[in-house]
Design a protein around this ligand. Structure first.
Ligand code: ADP
Ligand code: ASP
Ligand code: MG
Length: 597
């Protein structure tokens, strides 16, 4: 008998009628002969209301008590759902996270799942009951109630589908699928019928709130197909699946995302020597803060600037950690900007298309918006803009990539399952920055491999004017010269000027440099060959320890990092070409990879 997991979000259980409607869906599947496990969120705005209630008492509620409070929201929902299903004549039983032995680490309010014991659920299912489990919550090894972070019910649902070997995980919500961007912000957004795990991982972690990004990590690691669909209709939604099922030829960009509440931190006058960047990010990782858009300048006069972004809610804590780190490494100071937002475009197709960066920068320039920082990875480009301009930037980009015309996309081409994708061999790895030594957990970081690419060179433009349109012109010139750009990083301006670096194939370095010379204005430096070292896995950015481990390993060998870019599936750094092989070797060792990757 196959098992189906159905998850109902907050709006889908907001009142008694909606709970009864959700109960009927579960019963339908039960009558089709499936075993059914239901995961529910807190009703409507319950979680927000509970947070507000705590804030009425104190500005800094203890995290443990916050979890105790927030977990009540889901407990109400499971009881009501079980009553609803019983009232419709089908046996049902509800469980809290703790009751099904969903054990997490002890990072209250952002706990990670370590293991789940399925005995109790399996037994109830075998007895013919519909099992209802509270999403978003678990307990740590000392029986403290924990929660998984906002939106975490998706992660509970996919994790349960993974451990119980469900045929699929249905996510019932208030939209009828995953759209090219948030349809509440851009009404012209279109529904995507099928999307790949990696694309969804990036979309979710870069701001698409429709799925909790950690749920996609589970789905990818355990191969769980996800169907995101509307609670209020029977229309098919969006399937989130492996690459072989979601490859779409001819489409470079699949979606765009906005992360509105971001903050940028810059460490000024960072001494340019191996190990310094490592120390900085290690201090921040220890506070369990997820860092994105790490940009480090090419050094001038032995010092450099390092900028990165964090969620605005983590700003105060990050500034505390950054101040400590800056002091330790002898940096000149720390600045920040709390009024910024990230706009990203995502697409597997980007790996094969030129001109994606140009098109994005042009669209933003055309509406007069300044790009403060740029970072890229193989399947996404992210820019940092003023928060007030973010929605306009998102709309412009959405339009430029014709994301409002999904119906015109080519039909999905199907590929035989194993021939096009390399199976991912995953090596679990305990997080060294977690609270002391511990056992392997389900959500631990997994690494698929490390790689060395010696085929690229780097071009750096100094004195780049900090005004709209510059990046667009530079990459238009490169595209006109027929050159494929891989990594792009642009730091935030100091005194009205920025530094812009990018990598191109070695044989095209001179051609690219010539193409940009007329528009560069200032100084250009060329590194004809460089080494790009990558660590590849799943959920790389959300696991705060992986970048620090990589930087640390390179620092121990005195290998200087001069370019960084991160995504959920890989972290890439640029180093001196002469150090490439040594770097690869040390990364293999530190990530305990004995096999060739
Ligand atoms: P639930 O309570 O069911 O978990 P959420 O509010 O967490 O629902 O997620 C659904 C919401 O996600 C939608 O109402 C929509 O506004 C938002 N959203 C953001 N990005 C996207 C996207 N790319 N596609 C669809 N919805 C999105
Ligand atoms: N109730 C939690 C929240 O609002 C978890 C969830 O809905 O996924 O964040
Ligand atoms: Mg949600």
């Amino acid at each position: 008998m196959s098992l189906l997991v159905q998850k109902f979000g907050g709006t889908s259980v907001a009142d008694s009628n909606k709970i009864l409607a959700a109960a009927r869906r579960a019963i339908q599947a039960h009558h089709r002969g499936e075993q059914v496990l239901v995961v529910v969120s807190a009703r409507g705005h319950t979680t927000d209301e509970l947070i507000a209630l705590a804030r009425e008492i104190t500005d800094r509620p203890p995290a443990r008590e916050m979890d105790m409070l927030l977990a009540t929201g889901e407990q109400v929902s499971v009881a009501l759902m079980a009553m609803a299903i019983e009232s419709l004549g089908v046996p049902a039983i509800s469980f809290t996270g703790a009751q099904i032995g969903l054990v997490t680490d002890s990072f209250h309010t952002k706990a990670r799942i370590k293991n789940i014991s399925n005995d109790r659920m399996t037994q109830a299912l075998a007895e013919g009951k519909i099992v209802i489990v509270a999403g978003f919550q678990g307990m740590d090894e000392n029986y403290n109630i924990t929660t998984l972070g906002r939106g975490g019910s998706d992660t509970t649902a996919v994790a349960l589908a993974a451990v119980l070997g469900a045929s699929a995980c249905e996510i019932y919500t208030d939209v009828d699928g995953v759209y090219t961007t948030d349809p509440r912000i851009v009404p012209e957004a279109g529904k995507i019928d099928r999307i790949n795990y990696d694309e969804m991982l990036e979309l979710a972690s870069l701001g698409a709130g429709v799925m909790h990004s950690r749920s996609i990590e589970f789905a990818k690691k355990y191969g769980v197909p996800i169907h995101v669909r509307s609670s209020f209709s029977d229309a098919p939604g969006t399937w989130i699946v492996g690459e072989q099922d979601a490859r779409r030829l001819g489409v470079a960009v699949t979606g765009a995302a906005l992360a509105k509440d971001e903050a940028r931190i810059t460490i000024l006058g960072v001494p340019d020597r191996p190990g310094v960047v490592h120390l900085l990010f290690q201090t921040i990782a220890r506070a369990n803060i997820v860092v994105d858009m790490i940009v480090q300048n090419v050094a001038t006069d032995g010092a450099t600037e390092v900028s990165f972004t964090v969620a605005r809610g983590d700003l105060a804590e990050t500034l505390r950690a950054a101040a400590v780190a800056a002091n330790q490494i002898g940096a000149r100071g720390v600045t920040h900007d709390a009024e910024v937002a990230k706009v990203s475009v995502i697409g597997l197709g980007m790996r094969a298309h030129t001109g994606v960066a140009t098109a994005m920068f042009e669209a933003i320039a055309a509406v007069g918006i300044n790009i403060q920082m740029i970072t890229t990875s193989e399947i996404k480009i992210t820019v940092l803009v003023d928060r007030a301009a973010a929605v306009a930037a998102l709309r412009a980009v959405h339009k430029a990539f014709l994301l409002d015309e999904v119906n015109a996309w080519p039909q999905l081409a199907f590929f035989p399952a194993r021939s096009t994708t390399r199976a991912m061999k995953l090596v679990p790895l305990a997080d060294p920055d977690a609270n002391g030594p511990r056992e392997q957990g389900m959500e631990d970081l997994v690494i698929a491999g490390v790689e060395l690419d010696e085929t690229q060179g780097r071009i750096t433009l100094y004195d780049v004017p900090d005004r709209p349109g510059y990046a667009a012109r530079v990459f238009q010139a490169i595209a006109d010269a027929g050159v494929f750009v891989d990594m792009i990083v642009q730091n935030v301006s100091q005194d009205g000027q920025c530094v812009l670096s990018f990598t191109v194939p070695r044989e095209a370095v001179n051609r690219a440099a010539e193409a940009v010379t007329p528009i560069a204005g200032g100084q250009i430096s060329i590194e004809p060959a460089m080494a790009k070292l990558s660590v590849i896995g799943v959920g790389m950015r959300t696991h705060t320890g992986v970048a620090t481990r990589m930087f640390g390993a390179l620092a121990d060998r005195s290998i200087n990092i001069n370019l960084i870019n991160t995504s959920e599936i890989r972290i890439n750094v640029g180093t001196d070409v002469a150090k490439g092989k040594e770097g690869l070797d040390c990364l293999r060792k530190v990530f305990a990879l004995n096999h060739e990757s």
